[in-house]
Design a protein around this ligand. Structure first.
Ligand SMILES: [Zn+2]
Length: 272
Protein backbone atom coordinates (compact mmCIF):
# COMPACT_ATOMS: atom_id res chain seq x y z
CA UNK A 1 0.00 0.00 0.00
CA UNK A 2 1.28 3.49 -0.73
CA UNK A 3 2.05 6.04 1.97
CA UNK A 4 0.10 9.13 0.93
CA UNK A 5 1.79 12.49 0.54
CA UNK A 6 -0.12 15.78 0.63
CA UNK A 7 0.55 17.57 -2.66
CA UNK A 8 0.40 21.03 -1.05
CA UNK A 9 2.58 20.67 2.08
CA UNK A 10 4.50 17.53 1.09
CA UNK A 11 3.91 15.76 4.42
CA UNK A 12 3.65 11.99 4.29
CA UNK A 13 0.81 10.05 5.95
CA UNK A 14 0.54 6.33 6.80
CA UNK A 15 0.16 3.66 4.14
CA UNK A 16 -3.55 2.99 3.87
CA UNK A 17 -5.86 1.77 1.09
CA UNK A 18 -7.50 5.13 0.68
CA UNK A 19 -5.87 8.55 1.16
CA UNK A 20 -6.70 10.39 4.41
CA UNK A 21 -9.89 12.47 4.49
CA UNK A 22 -7.92 15.70 4.97
CA UNK A 23 -4.46 17.12 5.75
CA UNK A 24 -4.62 18.71 9.23
CA UNK A 25 -1.35 20.55 8.53
CA UNK A 26 -2.85 22.28 5.47
CA UNK A 27 -6.19 22.90 7.20
CA UNK A 28 -4.38 24.77 10.00
CA UNK A 29 -4.48 28.57 9.58
CA UNK A 30 -0.69 28.67 9.11
CA UNK A 31 -0.95 26.72 5.84
CA UNK A 32 -3.65 26.41 3.18
CA UNK A 33 -5.49 23.75 1.21
CA UNK A 34 -4.43 23.81 -2.46
CA UNK A 35 -6.61 25.99 -4.70
CA UNK A 36 -7.93 22.91 -6.50
CA UNK A 37 -8.81 21.16 -3.24
CA UNK A 38 -6.98 18.51 -1.27
CA UNK A 39 -4.79 16.36 -3.53
CA UNK A 40 -2.62 13.38 -2.68
CA UNK A 41 0.35 11.73 -4.32
CA UNK A 42 2.87 9.03 -3.41
CA UNK A 43 6.64 8.75 -3.48
CA UNK A 44 6.46 6.34 -6.43
CA UNK A 45 4.45 8.90 -8.38
CA UNK A 46 6.87 11.71 -7.47
CA UNK A 47 9.84 9.57 -8.58
CA UNK A 48 8.43 9.36 -12.13
CA UNK A 49 9.30 12.93 -13.03
CA UNK A 50 11.35 14.23 -10.12
CA UNK A 51 14.71 13.52 -8.51
CA UNK A 52 16.23 13.99 -5.07
CA UNK A 53 19.20 16.33 -5.48
CA UNK A 54 22.24 16.69 -3.25
CA UNK A 55 24.50 19.75 -3.30
CA UNK A 56 27.44 20.72 -1.11
CA UNK A 57 26.73 23.78 1.05
CA UNK A 58 30.08 23.81 2.88
CA UNK A 59 32.43 21.06 4.11
CA UNK A 60 30.35 18.35 5.87
CA UNK A 61 27.05 20.07 5.06
CA UNK A 62 25.01 18.78 2.14
CA UNK A 63 21.72 20.29 0.96
CA UNK A 64 19.02 17.80 -0.08
CA UNK A 65 16.16 19.00 -2.26
CA UNK A 66 13.70 17.81 -4.88
CA UNK A 67 13.79 18.88 -8.52
CA UNK A 68 11.61 20.03 -10.11
CA UNK A 69 10.43 21.66 -6.91
CA UNK A 70 7.58 19.95 -5.05
CA UNK A 71 5.07 21.29 -2.48
CA UNK A 72 6.74 24.08 -0.48
CA UNK A 73 10.11 23.54 -2.14
CA UNK A 74 12.29 23.33 0.95
CA UNK A 75 15.76 21.80 1.09
CA UNK A 76 16.91 19.64 3.95
CA UNK A 77 20.49 19.62 5.26
CA UNK A 78 22.69 16.63 6.07
CA UNK A 79 25.23 17.47 8.79
CA UNK A 80 28.18 15.08 8.80
CA UNK A 81 29.95 14.48 12.10
CA UNK A 82 32.48 11.90 13.35
CA UNK A 83 29.73 10.56 15.65
CA UNK A 84 27.11 10.05 12.94
CA UNK A 85 25.15 12.26 10.59
CA UNK A 86 22.09 14.36 11.37
CA UNK A 87 19.41 15.09 8.78
CA UNK A 88 17.93 18.50 9.53
CA UNK A 89 14.42 18.79 8.10
CA UNK A 90 13.30 16.56 5.30
CA UNK A 91 11.91 16.36 1.77
CA UNK A 92 9.13 14.22 0.24
CA UNK A 93 11.21 12.15 -2.17
CA UNK A 94 14.04 9.74 -1.43
CA UNK A 95 15.07 8.11 -4.71
CA UNK A 96 17.57 5.29 -5.22
CA UNK A 97 20.43 7.50 -6.39
CA UNK A 98 20.09 9.74 -3.33
CA UNK A 99 19.86 6.71 -1.03
CA UNK A 100 23.18 5.45 -2.40
CA UNK A 101 24.85 8.88 -2.08
CA UNK A 102 23.63 9.41 1.47
CA UNK A 103 24.85 5.92 2.36
CA UNK A 104 28.28 6.81 0.88
CA UNK A 105 28.28 9.96 3.04
CA UNK A 106 27.82 7.83 6.17
CA UNK A 107 24.02 7.46 6.29
CA UNK A 108 21.77 9.15 8.83
CA UNK A 109 21.93 8.53 12.60
CA UNK A 110 19.17 10.96 13.58
CA UNK A 111 16.55 13.19 11.95
CA UNK A 112 15.61 16.50 13.59
CA UNK A 113 12.86 18.73 12.24
CA UNK A 114 12.33 22.47 12.51
CA UNK A 115 8.51 22.24 12.45
CA UNK A 116 5.62 20.23 10.95
CA UNK A 117 5.67 21.91 7.50
CA UNK A 118 9.05 20.24 6.96
CA UNK A 119 8.16 16.78 8.29
CA UNK A 120 7.85 15.54 4.68
CA UNK A 121 8.80 11.83 4.40
CA UNK A 122 10.87 11.73 7.60
CA UNK A 123 9.70 8.21 8.58
CA UNK A 124 10.64 6.85 5.16
CA UNK A 125 14.10 8.44 5.44
CA UNK A 126 14.46 7.06 8.98
CA UNK A 127 13.43 3.55 7.89
CA UNK A 128 15.91 3.64 5.00
CA UNK A 129 18.87 4.55 7.25
CA UNK A 130 17.77 3.09 10.60
CA UNK A 131 17.69 6.60 12.10
CA UNK A 132 16.11 8.05 15.23
CA UNK A 133 13.56 10.86 14.80
CA UNK A 134 13.63 13.65 17.41
CA UNK A 135 10.51 15.83 17.73
CA UNK A 136 9.64 18.34 20.48
CA UNK A 137 6.82 17.10 22.69
CA UNK A 138 5.09 20.46 22.13
CA UNK A 139 4.43 19.42 18.50
CA UNK A 140 3.47 15.81 19.16
CA UNK A 141 -0.07 16.39 17.90
CA UNK A 142 1.26 17.42 14.49
CA UNK A 143 2.90 14.05 13.82
CA UNK A 144 0.95 12.62 10.87
CA UNK A 145 2.86 9.39 10.29
CA UNK A 146 3.57 7.74 13.65
CA UNK A 147 6.66 5.56 14.01
CA UNK A 148 8.38 3.72 16.87
CA UNK A 149 11.50 5.64 15.78
CA UNK A 150 10.07 8.93 17.09
CA UNK A 151 11.56 10.18 20.37
CA UNK A 152 9.97 13.22 22.01
CA UNK A 153 12.02 15.83 23.87
CA UNK A 154 11.11 18.91 25.89
CA UNK A 155 13.58 21.80 25.52
CA UNK A 156 16.65 20.35 23.82
CA UNK A 157 18.35 17.12 22.84
CA UNK A 158 21.66 15.89 21.44
CA UNK A 159 20.94 13.87 18.27
CA UNK A 160 24.64 12.98 18.08
CA UNK A 161 27.43 14.12 20.43
CA UNK A 162 28.35 17.75 19.73
CA UNK A 163 25.12 18.76 17.95
CA UNK A 164 22.10 20.26 19.74
CA UNK A 165 18.47 20.54 18.69
CA UNK A 166 16.65 23.21 20.69
CA UNK A 167 12.99 24.15 20.86
CA UNK A 168 12.62 27.91 20.55
CA UNK A 169 8.91 28.18 19.66
CA UNK A 170 7.18 30.95 17.71
CA UNK A 171 6.02 29.62 14.33
CA UNK A 172 4.96 26.43 16.19
CA UNK A 173 5.20 25.75 19.91
CA UNK A 174 7.76 23.08 19.08
CA UNK A 175 9.58 25.09 16.39
CA UNK A 176 13.25 24.18 16.72
CA UNK A 177 16.76 25.02 15.53
CA UNK A 178 19.82 22.83 15.14
CA UNK A 179 23.13 24.08 16.51
CA UNK A 180 26.24 22.72 14.78
CA UNK A 181 29.34 24.17 16.48
CA UNK A 182 31.76 22.67 13.91
CA UNK A 183 30.01 24.47 11.03
CA UNK A 184 31.30 27.59 9.23
CA UNK A 185 34.95 26.49 9.62
CA UNK A 186 34.50 25.99 13.36
CA UNK A 187 32.75 29.34 13.95
CA UNK A 188 29.44 27.51 14.31
CA UNK A 189 26.26 27.34 12.25
CA UNK A 190 22.60 27.58 13.21
CA UNK A 191 20.16 25.64 11.03
CA UNK A 192 16.73 27.18 11.34
CA UNK A 193 14.27 26.00 8.64
CA UNK A 194 11.79 28.81 9.02
CA UNK A 195 11.69 28.82 12.79
CA UNK A 196 13.91 31.83 12.07
CA UNK A 197 13.60 32.44 8.34
CA UNK A 198 16.41 33.93 6.24
CA UNK A 199 14.79 36.58 4.05
CA UNK A 200 15.70 37.90 0.56
CA UNK A 201 18.06 40.50 2.02
CA UNK A 202 20.34 37.88 3.51
CA UNK A 203 21.70 40.23 6.14
CA UNK A 204 18.32 39.83 7.82
CA UNK A 205 15.90 37.18 9.11
CA UNK A 206 12.24 37.15 10.10
CA UNK A 207 9.78 35.31 12.30
CA UNK A 208 6.14 34.56 11.48
CA UNK A 209 3.11 32.71 12.77
CA UNK A 210 2.19 32.00 9.13
CA UNK A 211 4.47 32.58 6.15
CA UNK A 212 2.04 31.76 3.28
CA UNK A 213 -0.76 33.76 4.93
CA UNK A 214 1.54 36.49 6.30
CA UNK A 215 0.45 36.44 9.93
CA UNK A 216 3.02 37.97 12.30
CA UNK A 217 4.12 37.03 15.80
CA UNK A 218 3.88 39.26 18.89
CA UNK A 219 6.65 41.23 20.57
CA UNK A 220 7.07 38.91 23.59
CA UNK A 221 7.48 35.86 21.35
CA UNK A 222 10.04 37.62 19.12
CA UNK A 223 12.05 38.61 22.20
CA UNK A 224 11.87 35.04 23.49
CA UNK A 225 13.09 33.56 20.17
CA UNK A 226 16.02 36.00 20.00
CA UNK A 227 16.87 35.30 23.63
CA UNK A 228 16.77 31.52 23.23
CA UNK A 229 19.50 31.47 20.55
CA UNK A 230 21.84 33.80 22.47
CA UNK A 231 23.49 30.83 24.17
CA UNK A 232 24.81 29.52 20.84
CA UNK A 233 28.03 30.80 19.24
CA UNK A 234 27.69 30.76 15.44
CA UNK A 235 28.42 32.62 12.24
CA UNK A 236 26.16 31.31 9.47
CA UNK A 237 22.40 30.86 9.64
CA UNK A 238 20.98 28.29 7.24
CA UNK A 239 17.30 28.89 6.43
CA UNK A 240 15.01 26.31 4.88
CA UNK A 241 15.50 26.95 1.14
CA UNK A 242 18.41 26.88 -1.31
CA UNK A 243 20.52 29.99 -0.95
CA UNK A 244 18.71 31.31 2.12
CA UNK A 245 21.84 31.67 4.22
CA UNK A 246 23.12 34.49 6.42
CA UNK A 247 26.80 34.20 5.55
CA UNK A 248 28.34 35.94 8.55
CA UNK A 249 27.61 37.20 12.05
CA UNK A 250 24.26 35.45 12.35
CA UNK A 251 23.69 36.56 15.97
CA UNK A 252 23.85 40.23 14.94
CA UNK A 253 21.45 39.56 12.04
CA UNK A 254 18.97 37.92 14.41
CA UNK A 255 19.28 40.74 16.96
CA UNK A 256 18.79 43.59 14.50
CA UNK A 257 15.95 41.72 12.76
CA UNK A 258 14.13 41.17 16.07
CA UNK A 259 14.63 44.85 16.97
CA UNK A 260 13.30 46.01 13.58
CA UNK A 261 10.32 43.67 13.75
CA UNK A 262 9.35 44.91 17.20
CA UNK A 263 9.85 48.53 16.13
CA UNK A 264 7.48 48.05 13.16
CA UNK A 265 4.92 46.29 15.39
CA UNK A 266 5.02 49.41 17.55
CA UNK A 267 4.60 51.78 14.61
CA UNK A 268 8.20 53.03 14.47
CA UNK A 269 9.59 53.75 11.00
CA UNK A 270 13.23 54.30 10.00
CA UNK A 271 14.31 57.91 10.30
CA UNK A 272 16.42 59.54 7.55
ZN1 LIG B 1 -0.90 19.21 3.58
Amino acid sequence: MPAWICATCGVQYPDTDQPPAACPICEDERQYVGWDGQRWTTMAELARDRATTLRDEEPDLIGIGVEPSFAIGQRALLVRTPHGNVLWDCVSLLDEAATRRIRDLGGIAAICLSHPHFYAANVEFADAFDARILIPRADQRWIQRPSPRVELFDEDAEPVPGVTVARIGGHFDGAAVLYWPAGSDGRGALLTGDTITVVQDREWVSFMWSYPNLVPLDEATIRDIAHRVERFAFDRVYGGWWGRVVLRDGPAAIRRSADRYIARLNGERPTD
